[in-house]
Design a protein around this ligand. Structure first.
Ligand SMILES: Nc1ncnc2c1ncn2[C@@H]1O[C@H](COP(=O)(O)OP(=O)(O)O)[C@@H](O)[C@H]1O
Ligand SMILES: [Mg+2]
Length: 259
């Protein structure tokens, strides 16, 4: 289970999370994508998935019946998002305990099946929801997304600090929107300063924005895509870093809720 976090919103967290899901899938993995950004769920839109999670009854070995949530299947990915439960464009105005309950259900009561990776698009920042989630999920590690400017990097360093405080390994940093406007290399330098891996950069490219807006993030992985090589390279680096930490600690096959 890999969290994709950031110091603030709008830096491309969902773009990177969706790209990791599609990219790892194209490398042959079975992937789920949990949209835990309760403030701005954008995975349903970006992937173009319109289904609804279904609640089905399951029979326990001891004969009791439990209700399990089935994620939406789309493009071969298993998706779960608060965005499937509220109409697009409607604000989610729940307070902390409600959000906590919903996210717990997404993790503990969802029938994810056998997955190689579950990518979690985290809420931005280091607030209550991000912190609770990081402690609740049994994460292999976190990928921190950042844009190249110094001002954005300050927030990213705070996000790194939050994960480290709750003992979640940092798989590394991704620089997004690299290019003329925001500059280049800031995240790589910050990663070096923090002694964490640098996972690569995603250049600022109209097609990235267009594919997200037009509900077809999958198209970033077609042959003609200008961003394909950069994204695939990041996916491979993430897989490698995740493998390193995964094999260092005892394997967990079930989701552990640490409450
Ligand atoms: N590398 C990029 N090039 C161009 N546009 C991008 C890039 N990365 C993200 N975007 C666009 O920037 C906006 C914010 O990205 P998003 O992934 O929604 O950020 P976050 O989830 O961090 O709030 C979206 O419209 C997205 O399509
Ligand atoms: Mg987002």
């Amino acid at each position: 289970m890999i969290a994709v976090g950031s110091g603030k919103g709008g830096v491309g967290k969902s773009t990177v999370a969706a790209s990791l899901a599609y990219g790892l899938q194209s490398l042959g993995a079975k992937v789920g994508l949990l949209d835990a950004d309760v403030y701005g769920p954008s995975i349903p839109h970006m992937t173009g998935s319109t289904g609804k999670p279904e609640v089905r009854e399951h029979l326990n070995p001891n004969g009791s019946v439990v209700q399990r949530i089935h994620p939406v299947e789309h493009d071969g990915l298993k998706l779960m998002s608060i965005g499937f439960l509220v109409p697009e464009g409607e604000a989610i105005i729940w307070r902390g305990p409600m959000l906590h309950k919903m996210l717990t259900q997404f993790v503990a009561e969802t029938e994810w099946g056998e997955l190689d990776y579950l990518i979690v698009d985290m809420p931005p920042g280091t607030g209550d929801v991000a912190l609770t989630l990081s402690q609740m999920l049994s994460l292999a590690g976190a990928v921190v997304v950042c844009t190249p400017q110094k001002v954005a990097l300050l927030d990213a360093v705070k996000a790194i600090g939050m994960y480290q405080k709750v003992n979640i390994p940092i798989l590394g940093m991704v620089e997004n929107m690299t290019g003329e406007i925001f500059g280049r290399g800031g995240a790589e330098q910050a990663a070096a300063d923090q002694k964490i891996p640098f996972l690569g950069e995603v250049p600022i490219e109209a097609e990235v924005r267009i594919c997200g807006d037009e509900r077809r993030m999958k198209d970033l992985f077609i042959e003609e895509s200008k961003s394909k090589a950069a994204l695939e390279s990041i996916c491979a680096r993430v897989a490698m870093e995740a493998a390193k930490v995964y094999f260092k600690k005892p394997a967990t096959t079930t989701l552990e809720i640490l409450q």
